[in-house]
Write a protein that binds this ligand. Structure first.
Ligand code: ZN
Length: 303
């Protein structure tokens, strides 16, 4: 892959939808997923197999995965919280090729989110990854609050890297570092990713930024400068984290793709088609999404 190519994983149907207070109808989700899948995006996180009573919004995971028509060249992933979630997902085997498994870098955030210690989560992930790899699935480990925790404050990179090493050793081919509540700053991000290759060699390293405090794209630039070529974002800037309440907003894929293209990076994504998806999300959700490029139009709009 040339160094000017950047992989973008759209996480809107999972990270985005799961945080929506109003239930989104399954056919609307399927339509939005299908539209996204035809933008040229190469990676798409479609849903989550978290228990329906925990995240009712994604209780239709099976239906969405089974119904959405997605081109073969799009790598489809689903979030699985544990082995039980994985077994549920496996009933849709053939509809996805990757799973992502998550934990938090801080004890308090992990406890608040999944009521387990970090060590308990790691051991669960190790068992789940072993099972997922047995059936040929690629595994992505996601470390939430990698750049700061709303409960504990500073999170030491050494702690994040030691979790990343455990995930890699468990068999995760990709590790995503989440700025779940938008606490990262660009200097911190650049220093972090400049050291990350040495600390977790052999795994693809992905940056997952939220725009909670408006620093999402600045953090993307810092990550790019440190060599990161894999990013996650959400169309319309949907998304957030259920814990704590109010921590909303992934970076918007439209804004990300616009910036990357203007800078000469290649993503494979057709920005106009992506904007159509964001407009459709706006219609379905009944409110304007948090995307600047949707509001202002692409840079070449006079054309
Ligand atoms: Zn997120």
């Amino acid at each position: 892959m040339p160094s000017d190519a950047v992989k973008v994983r759209g996480v809107g149907p999972r990270d985005g939808f799961q945080n929506e207070p109003e239930m989104i109808r399954t056919p609307d989700k399927v339509r939005l997923v299908e539209m996204l899948a035809r933008t040229g995006v190469r990676r798409l996180e479609v849903t989550s197999f978290v228990r329906a009573d925990v995240i009712p919004q994604l209780a239709d995971a099976e239906k969405v995965l089974a119904s959405a028509e997605i081109p073969d060249d799009v790598a489809v992933s689903a979030l699985v919280p544990n082995q039980k979630g994985l077994e549920r997902a496996l009933a849709q085997r053939g509809r996805f090729s990757e799973v992502n498994l998550f934990l938090s870098a801080s004890e308090t955030h992990n406890r608040e989110n999944v009521n387990r210690s970090v060590e308990e989560s790691l051991q669960g992930i190790e068992r789940t990854v072993a099972r997922a790899r047995e059936v040929g699935l690629r595994c992505e480990g996601v470390i939430s609050v990698s750049f700061g925790c709303p409960y504990e404050g500073e999170v030491k990179p050494s702690r994040v890297f030691s979790i990343a090493e455990r995930l890699r050793d468990a068999g995760c081919e990709e590790i995503a570092f989440g700025d779940t509540t938008g606490m990262a700053n660009p200097a911190q991000v650049k220093e972090f990713f400049s050291a990350a290759d040495d600390r977790a060699p052999g795994a693809e390293l992905t940056a997952h930024f939220h725009n909670t405090r408006g620093q999402g794209l600045a953090n993307v630039l810092a990550a790019l400068e440190a060599g990161v070529r894999s990013l996650e974002s959400s169309f319309g800037g949907l998304g957030g984290c259920p814990v704590p309440r109010g921590a909303t907003g992934n970076i918007a894929t439209e804004d990300l793709v616009s910036m990357l293209h203007e800078m000469g990076y290649e993503t494979g994504i057709d920005l106009e088609r992506l904007l159509d998806c964001a407009r459709e999300a706006q219609r379905v959700l009944g409110r304007p999404p948090g995307s600047h490029v949707l509001t202002a139009g692409p840079v070449n709009w006079r054309r």
